[in-house]
Design a binder for this molecule. Structure first.
Ligand code: F0G
Length: 465
């Protein structure tokens, strides 16, 4: 008999959630333009929009916040934060930012010039926008398996070294300020990169004198997958695996709102003093003094404490296994999801789920809206809307992956909440042909998924209960 396990924490404080009726939810989604980003949180039952800034903090983090040193410059809290980054990530210096995109903004301004090319293992929305704003062009060098929701490759986030070499040959190393490697890869389904791939990518780039930068947003989750799947790592603590991963990079951008178990914060970290000096010059313009970068002292305390908690082996094992607990139920129901199940979310394959819709009827957006109406579960579109328009042609990019992300906040929901989500998705799958497509009726110029509005193509968004 396989024994069941449970959360490695107990609940000390609760936040009640409001139950809604189907009629209320139909009204709410229509008012939100069928965009789950525009729903009010009080109309949501189980909020799986994102794992970003939605973690439950520990009692130790709340206690640490009382120690926050709110000095404008040189706060003790900054030095504790810097020490945690040095100890756990291994980078020499750290500049705080208000969140991940603040760090992306800094590194893009510092290193990218017009005409530069920045290879990366699949794009991320904010990362690519900052590269483009500096006149750079993102080039995808992830392995082909990442774009195939059915491939069960254990490290679908890997960099394709042949693709990377050919980008270098085509553009010249002098036009590539750095390669950006994300661990894990959010839009591929939270898929990890292997240690071997990091090592090989590093050695290729070293040969060409190109920097290797990391998007370390979910690096601890990546470290857990290495422990589980890569030979030689089974007996190692996640903390040691993370440190080895980071040793292959020149630096990282970080959204502390994920791995670090806080509600706000980010940082840029690295070893090169010239970049540190440039980062200090830039951060004062856009974020704040280099010893706070847009964060209060108490925020920095919470991140510092979260950095030590995130590498607890029992915590991270439970976090990944809760995501899998949801995913496996959906697999058992025959629902098409991205496999293997990733680190922070279960991704529904909306193309396979709703084959009657064209991709320009935004199947993933339509499915996310239908899920909300069915059960009050809020998910996020990660497909044709998120991907935006091609800069050259102005057409929708129609990415291979058209996904709905059920993103699991850290330490917030119980496995019982996962059961409710699974039942709702199953119900929708059984009635999938009744889910109508959407047309976009308002489109903002950049990062359109946040604020775009939609209307159902045919009938009102309705699934029989
Ligand atoms: N990089 C990755 C891989 C991310 O997933 C995110 C944010 C960022 C950078 C930007 O960080 O939000 O702190 O500015 N992802 C969130 C999400 C928004 O829901 O996936 P940020």
């Amino acid at each position: 008999m396989s024994r069941r396990t449970a959360e490695p924490y107990k609940i000390k404080s609760v936040e009640p959630i409001r139950m809604t009726t189907r009629a209320e939810r139909e009204r709410a989604i229509a008012e939100a333009g069928y965009n789950t980003f525009l729903l009010k949180s009080e109309d949501v039952y189980i909020d799986l929009l994102t794992d970003s800034g939605t973690s439950a903090m520990s009692d130790a983090q709340w206690a640490a916040m009382m120690r926050g040193d709110e000095a404008y410059a040189g706060a003790r809290s900054f030095y504790r934060f810097e020490q945690a980054v040095r100890e756990i990530y291994g980078f020499q210096w750290m500049v705080p930012t208000h969140q991940g995109r603040g760090a992306e903004h800094l590194i893009s301004r510092i290193l990218i010039r017009p005409g530069h090319v920045i290879p990366g293992n699949m794009y991320f929305t904010t990362t690519r926008v900052h590269q483009e704003l500096q006149g750079g062009t993102f080039v995808d060098v992830i392995i082909d398996e990442a774009h195939d929701s059915l491939s069960d490759h254990p490290f679908k986030g890997n960099v394709d070294l042949v693709k990377l070499q050919s980008v270098i040959d085509r553009h010249g190393a002098e036009n590539i300020p750095y390669v950006n490697v994300a661990v894990t890869v959010n839009l591929a389904g939270g898929q990890p990169v292997s240690m071997q791939n990091l090592r090989e990518t590093r050695s290729l780039l070293q040969h060409h004198g190109i920097r290797m930068w990391c998007d370390a947003t979910r690096a601890v989750e990546n470290a857990f997958f290495i422990k589980e799947r890569e030979s030689g790592y089974a007996g190692k603590p996640v903390r040691a695996i993370l440190k080895e991963m980071m040793s292959y990079f020149d630096g990282c951008t970080m959204s502390a709102k994920k791995d670090c178990l806080v509600n706000i914060g980010g940082f840029l970290a690295g070893n090169d003093d010239a970049i540190l000096q440039a980062a200090r010059e830039q951060v004062v313009i856009f974020e704040g003094m280099p010893t706070y970068g847009g964060l209060s002292g108490r925020d920095m305390e919470a991140v510092a404490q979260g950095i030590y908690e995130m590498v607890d082996d029992d915590y991270i094992a439970h976090r990944i296994n809760q995501v899998r607990y949801l995913g496996r139920q959906l697999v058992d129901f025959g629902v098409p999801i991205v496999l293997p199940i990733g680190g922070h979310a279960v991704f529904l394959d909306a193309r396979q789920f709703l084959p009657h819709l064209d991709q320009d009827e935004y199947p993933a957006q339509a499915l996310a809206a239908a899920l909300y109406v069915d059960s009050g579960v809020r998910a996020m579109e990660r497909g044709n809307v998120s991907s935006g328009r091609d800069q050259a042609t102005g057409k929708n990019r129609r990415p291979k992956l058209e996904l709905v992300r059920l993103t699991i906040p850290r330490r917030v929901y119980t496995d019982r909440h996962m059961d409710v989500v699974a039942d709702s998705v199953r119900h929708l799958y059984e009635h999938r042909e009744e889910i109508p497509g959407l047309e976009m009726v308002y489109e903002p110029p950049t990062l359109r998924f946040f604020t775009a509005r939609f209307a159902p193509v045919k009938t009102a968004c309705q699934v029989r209960t």
